[in-house]
Design a protein around this ligand. Structure first.
Ligand code: KIV
Length: 273
């Protein structure tokens, strides 16, 4: 017997249809407890390779592997029903060739993702086309690309000069032409964010780009006060979840040390009197 659910996941074409209609709200997640909550509210959840930094305390995203992304993707997919799930292609999993990219993208789709995200400019547009023609929806990522930290010389805002702004616009247009369903635009001058959003027929999802973008994405830990450091200029801390956790853990530890936790109510084989 098959069981039919009435809950339907947001699809890639539905995200595309948001352009000009309503803003796309998205965040990153890599674990079931967070994904379950995010799923109630968001259009899209990204298993970002920023997990390397926020979840594994790595200095950058470069050492994250396809196996790790696939495992986190499966956890997020199992704990969600509504949001469109997009998985990041980690560094080294797609730059070598379109065939390498397809083989690794297929692993992420097999883990339940509906689409993959790849960082890269015009040079990567052929890879986007190769994947899209083979049934892999692609979310392109241009502007500040954290996987290029070594060539960029740090995590620096991009598109500040005319020349660099024009190059990023051409990057975004090339991915649109190649069939990307949307573009993540990170860390660019606000005027460029607006210009690219107006120039593309597909949604532009900003992170440190412009309020004019068709949607926004941030790292969840940054908005919850859980990233353990300085909040980036483009993010806002909407809650201090760290303080809530600290308070709960303090009460637990006090209960254990003072002998008020556990009580007999928490024990097995104890008859209620
Ligand atoms: O890895 C990531 O989390 C990202 C987003 C923040 C866009 O690329």
């Amino acid at each position: 017997m098959s069981v039919h659910s009435t809950v339907v996941r947001t699809t890639v074409p539905q995200l595309m249809a948001c352009k000009g209609q309503r803003k796309i709200a998205s965040l990153t997640s890599y674990s079931a407890p967070f994904a379950r909550i995010l799923d109630e509210v968001l259009d899209m959840i990204l298993i970002g390779d920023s997990t390397a930094m926020v979840g594994y305390a790595m200095p950058d995203t470069l050492s994250f592997t396809i196996e790790q992304v696939a495992a986190h993707t499966a956890a997020v997919v199992r704990s969600t029903q509504r949001a469109c799930i997009v998985a990041d292609m980690p560094f080294g999993s797609y730059q070598e060739s379109p065939r390498q990219a397809f083989a690794n993208a297929a692993r992420l789709l097999a883990s339940g993702a509906a689409a993959v995200k790849m960082e890269g400019g015009i040079a990567l547009a052929d890879t986007t086309r190769f994947l899209v023609e083979r049934g892999v929806p692609v979310l392109a990522h241009v502007g500040l690309m954290p996987q290029y930290v070594n060539t960029m010389g740090g995590f620096k805002a991009q598109g500040m000069s005319e020349e660099s702004a024009e190059r990023i616009l051409q990057d975004a247009l090339a991915h649109e032409k190649a069939g990307a369903f949307a573009v993540v635009l990170e860390g660019v001058a606000e005027s460029l964010g607006r210009r690219i959003t107006e120039s593309l027929a597909i949604p532009v999802i900003g992170i440190g780009a412009s309020p004019a973008c068709d949607g926004q994405i941030l790292v969840t830990e940054d908005i919850l006060g859980l990233s353990g450091g300085r909040i980036p200029k483009f993010a806002r801390q909407f809650a201090d979840v760290g303080a809530v956790i600290r308070e709960a853990v303090t009460q637990y530890a006090e209960g254990v040390r003072e002998g008020t936790f556990p009580t007999l109510d928490n024990c097995f084989g104890v008859k209620k009197s």
